[in-house]
Design a protein around this ligand. Structure first.
Ligand code: NAG
Ligand code: NAG
Ligand code: NAG
Ligand code: NAG
Ligand code: NAG
Ligand code: NAG
Ligand code: NAG
Length: 794
């Protein structure tokens, strides 16, 4: 008998051990508690809640883990940021329904944040791992007073809503642990971003690391879903085979990884990390990072990190009806933060909307699963776009028509031929109309003939009646006045046929104005280019002399780039288009026009913008023609605008096409930086804008030059190239500066550029020396339509 005692004692010990386990509850009611050592087990036996110490730490935390799977993974932690230092903790439900974690001295270590107080609360651990506080008699989860699923830690579990509930003010997202020993929030977050079309974004602090939902592709284990309505935007997933366990964890190293257990007793299998290759890392492969449609951008001298190694279009977009869309299948849709969407549009309306906006780069169906309706548009670069082998989506990328032609889509060729025929017919009709109008004017004897010594051809320009102009401008009323120039005012007018015009009226007193007036007529009537302002005619009657131009409602460039409020409306793509427009207008003046002209007064005030913000060079009052061999000239009368004048012109009066190139360079730096060259003075180093830009480029810090208002829209490759080309244009020695033809090529190619030498007017001293030796006056009158620099004879 005696020998039985130890056996009995042993059984009793064993029994007590069993008893302790079976002591576990699945719920606690108001006033009840569990202490360190006790646990709560979900009714189905899958999950357990209790006190634990992570890794090698001695700290105690309250958490939830899979009960049966070895290699414990804690899926939720209550007191992440505030551990207990010993095993004295008590988790208690107050009669009001507040879960509270107390330490030895009854200090509150953690408590749940409830929106309302309960009558008869209980707390229950569900078999999904959701730990809820609710009214004891209430089984509706939606009425839960509090639930752990609304406050996730690093794990995304089946049944959880990953995203935003606007009505309840919830934003449920994952935060990594600091380390395997420390569950407090680490650097990484994985969160729904609702800027543009909603998407998941994984960040290292604020730096985007990865975008999208990992492994959306169909698989036998789970299925993702996405809910998007007025109040709620969230992802969820369901397990397809209830005998399988699977969760998504944002690990402490910043990788979102799926953990799956097929047989619960055999533990976890890690698989499918989110980032499966380098291009999965956000924007690692650069803007437009799919080189199937774009050509690779060569690494540039100063290396701009990964970003610059993206791809660029083979052919510039035309945006005047010359673009088409190329369908690409099986792609990971690009970053939607710069997107716009409409749920009710169909794909055709979507295409039309995209076509109608020059900054729209691509469109796709809105539905994540790819079959529904809806329209998603992208503006600016397509960032983080990827080709998938399966389960990608369709996207339609805007391409120059010349590139889409010859592609697989069969009817493009036919469409193109039709296009050509239509445009030929239109051109013929247009010519006919012009001829008819011209004949009418000629018959009426209303063609003004001017002659000039050097060019003895007759200049023919439509003549307007004074009464027509008086009526159009409401008798030159002040309301119609757009601005005041050096030799008179500029008025807005509307002709009887509705056409809007700008009228530059020479004041009677200005003798100098008459010279410029004729100069302008001589030149501008012979010039025709889409980047030059168009003259419609003139009016010379009684004592009046007036020039009539097309009206450009967007006024001049200076209003946009130097104006704190308006400047936002010129994003980088527009600015780049403007830079290229000015370059091609100037190239036309220097090389391609019949006259070969040096403008001599290129500045922001003389760049007008049309409806689509295309640049139009205006004001040819100071322009000079140069003969075939003659490429340089000098003048005793230095006219122009300080800040844009090249050193050799400002100081010695030498001008050439290279003085325009200098002004162009200044203009580009102003467009990129949003700062005026004139008056710029860096507080630290006394550099001019040119000197400052040159120094920043040399020190590889060109980002500091960029106008903050284009921070979100600029393309670093284009910006860097623009700055570099501009600095080549403002080099001190005119012979070092490129011709406009090279400028145009350099702006649009990827070729390596020479290092710019130190610019003219590098610092304050060089600027003030030139300023005092120059005979030019600084006063410029910015009439909003047409700007005139005042001329002062020596
Ligand atoms: C926890 O509950 C036990 C009995 O259920 C009670 O004796 C004890 O005082 C409670 N502790 C706290 C901190 O409420
Ligand atoms: C218990 O928690 C309270 C409040 O956090 C704190 O002030 C107190 O020092 C803690 N006591 C012990 C023994 O840790
Ligand atoms: C509790 O909720 C209030 C109001 O919603 C909020 O301001 C506070 O930060 C929350 N506290 C915690 C610990 O979540
Ligand atoms: C996260 O960012 C920090 C700097 O903020 C960096 O040191 C660390 O390497 C980054 N981690 C990863 C995984 O990229
Ligand atoms: C669920 O998974 C188990 C284990 O892999 C497998 O044996 C079973 O056939 C699956 N059930 C279904 C319905 O697919
Ligand atoms: C979405 O598109 C439909 C159909 O074109 C249009 O009626 C509706 O106004 C659009 N909604 C928004 C918010 O633009
Ligand atoms: C093009 O779309 C952008 C972004 O939505 C918008 O800011 C801009 O005004 C649009 N431009 C035109 C001409 O509609």
């Amino acid at each position: 008998m005696e020998s039985c005692l130890p056996i009995l004692l042993h059984s009793l010990c064993f029994l007590s051990h069993v008893l302790q386990i079976s002591y576990a509850l699945d719920s606690i009611s108001a006033g009840e508690n569990i202490t360190d050592g006790q646990t709560i087990v979900s009714a189905g036996g899958k999950f357990e809640l209790g006190f634990f110490s992570p890794g090698s730490s001695k700290n105690r935390y309250v958490g939830i883990w899979y009960k049966k799977i070895p290699d414990r993974r804690v899926v939720w932690v209550a007191n992440r940021e505030n551990p207990l230092s010993d095993s004295s903790g008590v988790l208690k439900l107050t009669p009001q329904g507040v879960l509270t974690l107390l330490n030895r001295t009854n200090g509150v270590i953690w408590s749940c944040n409830v929106s309302r107080l309960a009558q008869n609360p209980i707390t229950q651990l569900l078999d999904s791992a959701n730990f809820v506080v609710k009214e004891g008699n209430d089984n509706e989860l939606d009425d839960a007073i509090w639930q752990s699923f609304d406050h996730p830690c690093d794990s995304f579990l089946a049944g959880m809503k990953f995203g935003i509930d606007r009505a309840k003010g919830l934003d449920r997202y994952l935060t990594s642990w600091k380390s395997t020993d420390d569950p407090s929030p680490g650097d990484f977050t994985y969160r729904l971003d609702s800027l543009g079309y909603p998407q998941l974004i994984l960040r290292n602090r604020s730096v985007v690391q990865y975008r999208g939902v990992p492994q959306l592709k169909p698989n036998p284990v789970y299925k993702f879903g996405f809910i998007f309505n007025k109040n709620e935007i969230y992802y969820y997933f369901n397990i397809l085979n209830s005998s399988i366990t699977s969760i998504l964890v944002l690990k402490e190293n910043g990788i979102a990884e799926r953990f799956t257990a097929i047989d619960q007793t055999r533990g976890w299998i890690w698989y499918n990390p989110t980032q499966t290759d380098d291009c999965d890392t956000y924007a690692f492969c650069g803007a437009n990072g799919n080189c199937n449609w774009f050509v690779p951008k060569y690494p540039i001298d100063w290396g701009f990190g990964d970003w610059s190694n993206g791809c660029v279009r083979r052919t510039k977009l035309d945006c005047r009806g010359g673009d088409e869309f190329l369908k690409n299948t099986q792609v990971k849709l690009p970053d939607t933060r710069l997107s716009w969407f409409n749920e009710s549009m169909n794909l055709q309306e979507c295409e039309q909307t995209c076509l109608g906006n020059c900054s729209c780069m691509a469109y796709s169906n809105l539905d994540i699963s790819g079959q529904g309706s809806g329209c998603l548009l992208w503006f600016g670069d397509l960032i983080d776009i990827r080709q998938f082998n399966e389960n990608g989506q369709d996207i339609y990328v805007r391409m120059a028509a010349s590139e889409v032609g010859g592609s697989s889509s069969g009817n493009t060729g036919a469409r193109k031929r039709t296009g050509i025929i239509v445009s030929i017919v239109l051109s013929v009709v247009f010519l006919l109309v012009i001829t008819v109008i011209y004949m009418k004017y000629k018959k009426a004897g209303k063609v003004l003939a001017f002659s000039r010594q050097s060019h003895s051809e007759d200049l023919e320009l439509p003549l307007f009646d004074l009464t027509t102009i008086v009526n159009a401008t409401n008798n030159f009323s002040d309301d119609n006045k757009l601005g005041e120039g050096g030799f008179g005012a500029v008025y807005k007018g509307v002709l009887k046929n509705g056409q809007e015009i700008a009228v530059k009226r020479l004041s009677e007193s200005s003798r100098q104005g008459q010279v410029e007036f004729k100069n302008e007529i001589v030149y501008i009537t012979k010039l025709q280019h889409r980047n030059l302002v168009k003259i419609l005619g003139c009016c010379i009657e009684q004592d009046e002399m007036m020039l009539i131009y097309e009206f450009l409602p967007n006024r001049s460039l200076d209003c946009f780039i130097f104006d704190q409020e308006k400047c936002v409306s010129l994003d980088w793509p527009m600015r780049f288009t403007i830079i290229n427009g000015i370059a091609s207008g100037l190239l036309y003046l220097h090389r391609d026009s019949r006259l070969r002209i040096i403008h001599r007064d290129l500045k922001a005030e003389n760049i007008l913008l049309d409806n689509e913000r295309n640049a139009k060079i205006s004001d040819f009052g100071l322009a000079r023609s140069f003969g075939g061999n003659e490429s340089e000239a000098s003048t005793k009368r230095v006219v122009g605008t300080f800040g844009y004048m090249s050193p050799e012109y400002a100081i010695n009066g030498f001008y050439s096409v290279k003085s325009d190139v200098f002004s162009f360079g200044v203009l580009v730096l102003e467009i990129v930086s949003g700062k005026r060259n004139r008056g710029f003075n860096h507080p630290d180093n006394r550099l001019s804008l040119l000197g400052y830009a040159w120094t920043l480029l040399r020190d590889q810090k060109f980002m500091e030059l960029i106008d903050p208002s284009i921070a979100s829209t600029f393309n670093p490759v284009e910006v860097l190239r623009s700055i570099h080309v501009a600095l080549l244009c403002v080099q001190n020695n005119p012979h070092d500066r490129p011709e406009m033809s090279s400028v145009v090529t350099m702006l649009s190619s990827e070729s390596t550029l020479p290092q710019p030498k130190q610019p003219g007017f590098f610092d304050e001293t060089s600027v003030s020396e030139a300023s005092s030796s120059s005979n030019s006056k600084h006063n410029n009158y910015s009439a909003n339509e047409v700007t005139i620099s005042q001329l002062l004879p020596r």
